[in-house]
Design a protein around this ligand. Sequence first.
Ligand code: CUA
Length: 153
Amino acid sequence: MGKLEEIWMILSVSVLVIFIVIVGYQTFALGMGPPSHKEAIDPQKVDQTAPFDNPGLIDLGNNKYELVMTLEAFAFNPGNIEIPVGSEVEFTMTSKDVSHGIQIPGTNLNAMVLPGHIQKITQTFNEPGEYLVLCNEYCGAGHQAMFTTIIVK
Ligand code: CUA
């Protein structure tokens, strides 16, 4: 093997090893791995499966809430939620039928909600106001009517 070949071989293997180490560190040490299949659910039995058998806003204290929410054509359940300013809300969501999305314009909250999967996303609401919550994934004839609000006051 020529000297140059050897150098290139060492360089390219080193780059691979460095990338694997960085990705491994981010995934295992910093917990930045992509969502896994861990939190799956039988999409036929959402109404019978905790916590989705009892959707609603749960007060965890210290201005923290968990919002257990189901999405279905063409509604968010529960809808029209009211929370105090500064609330940190962990959304725990699943779909009862087809693929939906949830987006709250003016915030970073934007996610797909798929049948058979539990979607979790946390958002803090520091500004009072009425927030529009909408479905941003085409889900059928009533897609454009699938929205609700979160009132922060
Ligand atoms: Cu649900 Cu579009």
